[in-house]
Design a protein around this ligand. Sequence first.
Ligand code: NAP
Length: 248
Amino acid sequence: MSKVMLVTGGSRGIGAAIARLAARRGYAVGVNYHAQAGAAQAVVDAIRAEGGRAVALQADVSQEAQVLRMFQALDDELGRIDALVNNAGILEQQMRVEAMSAERLQRVLATNVIGAFLCAREAVRRMSTRHGGPGGAIVNVSSAAARLGSPNEYVDYAASKGALDTMTIGLSKEVAPEGIRVNGVRPGTIYTDMHASGGEPGRVDRLKSAIPLRRGGTVEEVAGAVMWLFSDEAGYTSGSFIEVSGGN
Ligand code: NAP
């Protein structure tokens, strides 16, 4: 039986690269998406074309009922989860803090923080030896923004990743005795569509000369770090973070 992984936001960008690499490493993959069903289906089709197993799972991770429905569908279609990647995340138009609406703050924090908590909760309920499970692993996709703060762009987003990092530390200690490892990856400036959500599709190229490695990162470079954290080689690694940020 292959192990089962759920990748939230697995339909595009970093999540899609994680889903594809995980399938190549033998995981059956739940590819979660929010709105773009076609993108999720394309990832599923690509995995199946290589002989892997995958299903597309629609859910807004910030909505508890939708998260519950997604985990039930994962149980039914692929089996009990072994590996969770909390990757779904959003940012909004670049602006200073004094211009941010309450609605925006709620959207960003609900998706990036509460969504990760809800998915981690459902995963722990299935993985933990305390609940009769065999253990498992969780990787939270944070951001270098958690360390840098993203001034003049999206301090709200950066703060949401700071909260995610604190969850990684606390949850890792809580569930380590129950067979679950929890780690984080902090990507830097990676070529994906996300920068367009902030109003600047060309952001990576604007910033790259200030990155020590003098270039933006690829989604595959992030996926490789995430998959190492799920590997047996990382068996003694929990509550830790890998920076995939070009030296920043
Ligand atoms: P992206 O290209 O914008 O893709 C975002 C993915 O998340 C899509 O699959 C999207 O699905 C999904 N998603 C968005 N809101 C969701 C929700 N409420 N519920 C479920 N799925 C949702 O983003 P990315 O650049 O790959 O970023 C992935 C993760 O890496 C994020 O957590 C981000 O903060 C982090 N990160 C990215 C960078 C970077 O430079 N790109 C740097 C540091 C950290 P739909 O297409 O259906 O909306």
